[in-house]
Design a protein around this ligand. Structure first.
Ligand code: SF4
Ligand code: SF4
Length: 438
């Protein structure tokens, strides 16, 4: 009995030491202090009992039993995690209504007159937003001329690739085995540099109804009847995200968008060479589809309270890319790994949002999908005031910790157990604090 008790204590102690080492790597001072204090506390209590208890005392079974039961409740699967309820409406989103389109309508221009005649309710708030300095232009709190110039060039590079997103389809169509082709396309996407990949049947509800940005005529209908979307994630560098809301977050966003553009353009080009239409959807002014719900359908993650996709491995620190196509493929299914339940309790992104854009309350049904609805206008106002794309919700999200043994254990618990979700919300606040530092 003494030996089992002794080794149980050693394992708990080593877990906290491992936590401290991980926290040193991640430069998380509070987590280093809490994990080292926990290791010392466990060692003192556990080994005092060991010394005080008579040799091989049956009483030692009690603490061992408590630890085993708690571990089982934390890690073993019970209770299915709730999935996002979707029943998408037929109504599609007009790209002219998204904030990145609306902020481009200059007073006195034809677009301005036409749009606000169509949507007078948006005029007041949009005029207010336009009065704030634009991102990457002087005036924002974290404006940095050298870095801003570099980021503008990254975005310009993306825009310069727009001509390559679509092209001629080889008139000779290859015979395709959908299962083998799905495997091949996924491997190619990963080889090109994506971190995770999935296939979704393309739901027409996620295709914009009218063009609001980019080379296509403003207001013209978007025709994209492709059957599938190949969606992928790109991990955003942890160090860059940690510096949010400084401009480095925007630098990392632009860098990953550029990678995403290269991957999707090459992939679409290959598919067209097989005789099937394919179009890359790249950042800037080129999307025809809404990426987060498409990536959700492709089984790449769940939508969090902050509106981003949360991937099982990289959490909120991902950017998305996609190719739509008629190449025969096998679609993946959406996944649920505890995010909905966790987000209900957590609310850390809402606490850290400088513009109160993230709701504290319950999910609402928006166009048939049950989710937390972000206040896009408030978010963009914060971006413009900060002069960067903020990223505080991404940085503060407990799912954003980089892959590491201790974080992977917590993620496994969150996926498997309702108790783990409760404890982990509290644990994240204890180890990392409720408010992100910047
Ligand atoms: S990016 Fe910033 S302002 Fe926008 S929702 Fe996230 S925390 Fe709020
Ligand atoms: S910070 Fe918390 S509530 Fe917000 S998305 Fe992440 S897990 Fe969900």
């Amino acid at each position: 009995m003494n030996i089992i008790y002794f080794f149980t204590g050693i394992l708990i102690f080593l877990f906290f030491i491992q936590f401290a080492i991980t926290s040193v790597r991640e430069k998380k001072t509070r987590a280093i202090i809490v994990s080292l204090s926990s290791a010392i506390l466990v060692a003192m209590i556990w080994f005092s009992c060991y010394i005080l208890a008579p040799s091989n005392s049956p009483l030692l079974v009690i603490p061992i039993g408590v630890v085993v039961i708690l571990l089982a409740l934390y890690l073993l699967p019970y209770g299915k995690p709730q999935a996002i309820k979707t029943n998408p409406a037929d109504e599609r989103v007009d790209e002219r209504d998204i904030m990145f389109a609306r902020e481009e309508y200059e007073p006195g221009s034809k677009k301005y007159d036409v749009y606000y005649k169509m949507r007078p309710e948006n005029k007041k708030i949009d005029d207010k937003i336009r009065k704030l300095p634009a991102i990457l232009e002087p005036g924002g709190r974290y404006y940095d001329p050298a870095l801003a110039d570099y980021i503008i060039r990254l975005f310009d590079f993306n825009e310069s690739m727009i001509a390559m997103v679509d092209g001629d389809v080889n008139p000779k169509k290859e015979d395709i085995n959908p299962s083998a082709m799905t495997k091949q396309i996924k491997q190619m996407t990963l080889d090109l540099g994506a971190d995770e990949v999935g296939v979704a049947g393309l739901n027409p509800a996620w295709v914009y109804s009218h063009a609001g940005r980019g080379p296509k005529e403003w207001g013209s209908p978007i025709e994209n009847n492709h059957n599938y979307a190949i969606a992928f994630t790109l991990e955003m560098d942890y160090g860059h995200v940690e510096k949010s809301p400084y401009l480095t977050i925007t630098e990392e966003t632009a860098r990953q968008y550029m990678h995403g553009a290269l991957i999707s353009i090459k992939l679409a080009d290959y598919i067209r060479s097989l005789g099937y239409p394919a179009r890359a959807h790249i950042a800037g002014s080129n999307y025809q589809i809404m990426l987060p719900p498409v990536a959700y359908d492709a089984g790449l993650g769940e939508l969090g309270r902050h509106g981003y996709l949360i991937s099982p491995k990289y959490g909120s620190r991902v950017r998305l890319g996609a190719v739509t196509t008629d190449l025969p493929l096998i679609a993946d299914k959406p996944i649920a790994f505890g995010v909905q339940d966790f987000c209900e309790k957590c609310k850390k992104c809402a606490v850290n949002c400088p513009s109160n854009a993230i709701p504290y309350g319950d999910r609402t049904t928006v166009r048939g999908i049950e989710k937390w609805q972000l206040d896009m206008e408030a978010c963009l106002m914060a971006w413009r005031a900060l002069g960067s794309d903020c990223g505080l919700c991404m940085k503060s999200c407990p799912f954003s910790h980089p892959p590491a043994f201790v974080h992977d254990i917590v993620r496994l618990g969150i996926k498997n157990s309702p108790l783990a979700r409760k404890i982990s919300v509290w644990g994240d606040d204890l180890f990392y604090g409720k408010k992100a530092k910047y």
